[in-house]
Design a protein around this ligand. Structure first.
Ligand SMILES: [Zn+2]
Length: 308
């Protein structure tokens, strides 16, 4: 886990954008160490690039939109989640449109695509962001905070305003295996009553029973769930994708109550703000986050042996 990673060879997929409803082709390509995750709009003149960075977060309602110099990339979070989950640090994401394809509404197709490409260790060590003191963001009763710990752990609680769903909680010690098996397959979801409003806002235009769990008054409308608590697991999937915008893996325990993209993005920006502050200060001052280069370790189990 000590080295930066990219993929072995280019891989492609196509699908429709969840919010735009427009078909799009996406190609993932290997990238050099310290590149980070970068999106390239191949459908636009001069193929502009938008990095997955906190300063490029433009919109956070129902999905994350990145923007740089007027160029946007929509709904990046499920792909970013798969990259974070498998520890891929450097990647070029070519898009023939403005939105990442929705696939089945989960991150599983992206995990499968990455495994098909093969994950490649680079020589350079991975740098982590290690939390040293609590950082909290909240809006009323909704909150998300990160506290110091070894490794990355997530506790997530959601109270759904629906008699059949009620309160759901999960806790995960995040590893590549746990991510691929317990988190990546959970699908995005929507409530039937919200669909007219979303469509009026120009959102969920590509949403269907094939790429989202649809919840009506009587319960889930499109067959069975992949896990009894699939909805809150998807919130963890989203959180990991949003945290990927930090550009470096986070080491800490994240505790979220009723949160969503908006609060996740606020946490990302607050962590980045603390980091910028610390970098501008003397090294002797107390720190909240530290950049932590993990020593090079022997090669761990190859990713290709992961079972689902
Ligand atoms: Zn999502």
């Amino acid at each position: 886990m000590g080295h930066q990673r990219t993929i072995q060879k280019p891989v492609s997929c196509q699908g429709i954008g969840l919010h735009s409803g427009v078909p799009v082709r996406m190609t993932l390509k290997p990238a050099l160490a310290n590149t980070g995750i970068v999106f390239q709009r191949r459908d636009l003149p001069e193929s502009p690039i938008v990095g997955a960075r906190p300063e490029n977060i433009q919109a956070v309602h129902h999905a994350i939109t990145l923007e740089k110099k007027g160029v946007t990339v929509r709904t990046v979070e499920h792909l970013l989640s798969a990259l974070a989950g498998l520890g891929v640090d450097n990647l070029l994401v070519e898009l023939e449109g403005g939105e990442v394809p929705a696939m089945d509404g989960s991150a599983r197709p992206f995990v499968e695509l990455l495994l098909q490409a093969g994950v490649r260790r680079l020589f350079q060590p991975k740098t982590y962001l290690k939390v040293k003191r609590r950082i909290l963001v909240q809006e009323g009763k909704r909150s998300v905070q990160v506290v110091p710990s070894e490794g990355l752990k997530v506790f997530y609680t959601m109270s759904f305003d629906h008699p059949l769903l009620g309160e759901q909680s999960v806790a995960f010690n995040i590893s590549r295996e746990i991510y691929a098996r317990e988190i990546a397959p959970s699908r995005t979801f929507g409530f039937l009553k919200d669909v007219p409003y979303l469509r009026e806002m120009g959102l969920a235009l590509g949403g269907s029973m094939e790429n989202a769990i649809l919840v009506g008054e009587e319960g889930v409308l499109n067959g069975g769930l992949r896990y009894p608590d699939e909805l809150v697991r998807h919130k963890v999937l989203d959180l990991l994708g949003d945290l990927c915008l930090l550009g470096k893996p986070l080491v800490g325990t994240v505790i979220a109550h009723g949160a969503g993209h908006s609060l996740h993005a606020q946490l990302v920006k607050e962590i980045q703000r603390q980091l910028d502050l610390e970098e501008a200060q003397e090294a002797s001052l107390p720190t909240v986050i530290e950049k932590w280069v993990k020593p090079l370790l022997p090669i761990s189990e190859p990713l290709e042996t992961l079972a689902f």
